[in-house]
Design a protein around this ligand. Structure first.
Ligand code: SAM
Length: 366
């Protein structure tokens, strides 16, 4: 399959590649089947399902994940995106955006040129990303450009990592020590260029339901009579003690309406379980939900990782917790891979990201 340009709309920490989703979707499902991802992240399972002629249901608790998954799988036409960019540009009055509190904040003063920050503040307050598909796509495109390498014209910020947003104090010290100045970028122009590039690929078709909810609620919100049997789940829950999606994506969350500083624990208690006991109880909750919503004989493919427990212990934990589904579950196969080039290496040399990843294929064997 040719790589669809929506896949790389925005990086996401601990994302899996589309080849992983594609392999399992093609192997375990038929056209028109529905594929579930309870931990959607950047929406790779859902987008790949649609591209393979299947339907998708996704859930996540994080606004960034919801915004990206919706944009990729419930996309407006290119024409609507272009005309909304023109409309927003016409209505933008820089004078109105001169003095908001954010503009005085040291982090934001160093992160963005004043003219760029005014446009971002305007878009942040104008885009109705939860209820309008076209605004949702524009918000997702902005998220993909919000921070990255200062040398690339597609990023709006001073030098920052692409995947995660570093903490304000660390970032300011980094910029000051290197005398780095934020580039002047016209956000409307950047959005127009990126939209043109992304829309070179045809729009995905098929039904996609995106649920902004904790996966524990899935039994209450998925109507399998209406949506049809769920034959396959392909997913990757947060890993044990690896990252907080909320804290590490604070700048993107800010753009979507969140606070102008990092926070953790408010979006999801499951993002970074520090102890194995709590982690396995969370994985048990995942199985409870899967047991309630998945069809007879359904397949479940799970990728998890850790930097401190062995692949064997991970496998035992994952398979052992399957009992909480309340159904008979068979482990069909598993595969362990070492991660050589970790995402964290790119911005925090010497830190340890995830070291091993384990893929398990289970089947309900009722
Ligand atoms: C490892 S990431 C998924 C990455 C995804 N496979 C991808 O390729 O982008 C785990 C996701 O689980 C979400 N999450 C954490 N706790 C959750 C919960 N209780 N219910 C649903 N989603 C949750 C996080 O916000 C994060 O997006």
């Amino acid at each position: 399959m040719i790589r669809h340009r929506f896949h790389a709309l925005c990086p996401y920490f601990a994302m899996f590649p589309e080849s992983f989703a594609e392999y399992w979707i093609k192997r375990l499902t038929k056209p028109n089947d529905t594929v579930l991802d309870p931990f959607s992240g950047r929406g790779t399972t859902a987008l790949t399902a649609l591209l393979c002629g299947r339907h998708a249901i996704s859930s996540d608790v994080n606004d960034v994940a919801i915004c990206l998954t919706m944009a990729k799988t419930r996309s407006p036409s290119y024409k609507r995106v272009r005309s909304r960019i023109n409309e927003l540009r016409r209505e933008f009055d820089p004078k109105e955006w001169k003095n908001p509190a954010t503009a005085a904040d040291e982090f934001f003063r160093y992160a963005y040129a004043p003219s760029t920050l005014r446009q971002l503040l305007y878009l942040r307050s104008s885009l109705d990303w939860k209820d309008s598909r076209v605004d949702n796509m524009l918000a997702a495109l902005t998220l993909g450009s919000l921070h990255g390498e200062v040398t690339s014209k597609r990023y709006l910020s001073n030098q920052l990592p692409r995947t995660i947003s570093t903490k304000p104090r660390y970032s300011v010290n980094f910029w000051k020590a290197r005398h780095l100045v934020a580039p002047e970028r016209d956000v409307f122009t950047v959005l127009g260029e990126i939209a043109t590039y992304r829309y070179e690929s045809p729009l995905p078709e098929g039904d996609s339901v995106v649920l902004h909810t904790d996966m524990r609620n899935l039994p209450r919100v998925i109507d399998t009579d209406k949506q049809g049997p769920l034959r396959c789940a392909i997913t990757s829950p947060p890993y044990l003690n690896v990252t907080s999606f909320e804290e590490d994506q604070w700048l993107r969350l800010w753009f979507l309406g969140g606070p102008a500083h990092p926070k953790k624990g408010a979006v999801s208690r499951d993002d970074r379980h520090g102890t194995a006991d709590n982690y396995w109880s969370f994985i048990g909750d995942m199985w409870r939900s899967l047991g309630a919503v998945m069809a007879e004989d359904a397949h479940v493919v799970i990728r998890i990782g850790s930097r401190r427990i062995s692949p064997e212990a991970l496998k035992r934990g994952l398979a052992g917790c399957a009992q909480f589904s309340g159904r008979k579950v068979k482990l069909i196969s598993h595969h362990v891979s070492e991660i050589r080039k970790r995402q964290t290496d790119a911005f925090r040399p010497g830190t340890k990201g995830c070291v091993v990843e384990l893929d398990c294929h289970f089947k309900f064997d009722d």
